[in-house]
Design a protein around this ligand. Sequence first.
Ligand code: HEM
Length: 89
Amino acid sequence: SCAGKLSVTLEELSKHNKITDIWLAIRGIIYNVTAYVPFHPGGADELMRAAGIDATSLFEQVHPWVNYEQILQKCLIGRLVSIDPSINT
Ligand code: HEM
């Protein structure tokens, strides 16, 4: 499978910000958390605050002890990459 092989920019990540299609980044790793929403102990609204963004600081503020790497193992789709803006000029 291609699981975990995607390189995802912040721009691409930002498109996945709907309840039916939620990606987020934690510490440079991109997760598709769409299927996890109903299981989040903090509720869907809280999780939606992190939809489509680098959610590292939100996550760390709320529950740094949570083992997201294990919980979201099967939701891992890739890594967050930064694109140098000067490349396209
Ligand atoms: C609670 C998982 C992202 C807000 C929890 C708990 C887990 C969890 C396991 C229970 C923790 C405990 O009781 O010790 C996750 C996972 C995330 C995630 C795997 C990654 C996708 C977030 C984000 C936010 C958030 C980004 C905020 C924007 C909360 C809140 C609670 C909570 C407020 C507390 C609920 C309560 O005790 O009333 N989450 N969470 N979570 N989460 Fe998350």
